[in-house]
Design a protein around this ligand. Structure first.
Ligand code: PRP
Ligand code: ADE
Length: 237
């Protein structure tokens, strides 16, 4: 590990500790990590950085399960089963922690472009793109002004309403590898549109990732369209 990689790891560990600290006392954080509460206080407040051994323990100990638990604690369901996930998609630092875990868990190849759908997919897309050092592209439900050429994909939804997503044609080049991400997959209609946009761009899809799958229908729909890995951090029924 070179100096820059060590520094990145140390800062990632601090970010993990800060996220865990939001809902815990230092004593509780000490129980979770096995580190002394006084040291944790100094790390969380930025006075001292954890050594690289400690840093890698913290980062590795907080794997998929810890993030999935944290996700569960941050979302709320209404009476009709709709999810309020603003506690997650408004928190860029939390999403920055998800990216390395998602990459490792589902073994996504590093893509040229991360593709998502406006609006709520954008912050996760930015975290994933930053982690992979890839470009970010987001399809929108309206045409951006002054852009001349778009890839567009339209679908009639179960409700009968037509939904169209537009992506500036310059955002994905033919032959690019593309990782498709979104905050939530339920019916899979949005994924179908995004995967169709990738297909129209002559790109290769390397995976599909979502924070939350509501049921399995939308995930199955994505699996029917692509052979690449399709994964969710958490599934709710
Ligand atoms: O699997 P599906 O049934 O297609 O649902 C998933 C989509 O629904 C939500 O977006 P929404 O359409 O609410 O737009 P927003 O991000 O602008 O809120 C969510 O961000 C996904 O993009
Ligand atoms: N917030 C949400 N909760 C559940 N299903 C959805 N489908 C689209 N948005 C949703």
């Amino acid at each position: 590990m070179n100096r820059a990689e060590k520094a990145a790891l140390q800062l990632q560990a601090v970010a993990v500790l800060r996220m865990l600290k939001e809902t815990r006392t230092y004593e509780e954080l000490s129980e979770v990590t096995g580190l002394p509460a006084g040291d944790l206080n100094r790390y969380v407040n930025g006075h001292v950085l954890p050594g690289t051994d400690r840093a890698s323990e913290v980062v590795e100990a907080v794997g998929r399960d810890a993030l999935a638990d944290e996700l569960l604690a941050r979302v709320e369901f209404d009476d009709e089963g709709y999810v309020d996930n603003s506690g997650v998609v408004f928190d860029q630092s939390f999403l920055d922690l998800v990216a390395p875990v998602a990459a490792e868990t589902f073994e996504f190849e590093s893509p040229d472009v991360v593709l998502t759908a406006a609006t709520d997919g954008i912050t996760l897309g930015a975290a994933m793109a930053s982690f992979f050092d890839a470009r970010l592209a987001y399809a929108k439900k309206s045409k951006e002004t002054a852009v001349e050429e778009f890839i567009e994909s339209r679908q009639r939804l179960a409700s009968g309403i037509e939904l169209t997503y537009y992506l500036p044609a310059s955002a994905i080049d033919a032959g690019d590898t593309v990782l498709v991400v979104d905050d939530l997959i339920r019916s899979g209609e949005t994924q179908e549109l995004l995967l169709d946009i990738a297909l129209q761009a002559d790109a290769d899809v390397t995976g599909v990732f979502t924070l939350i799958a509501v049921g399995d229908k939308g995930m199955e729909r994505a699996r029917e369209i692509t052979d690449a890995p399709v994964g969710a951090l958490t599934t709710f029924e």
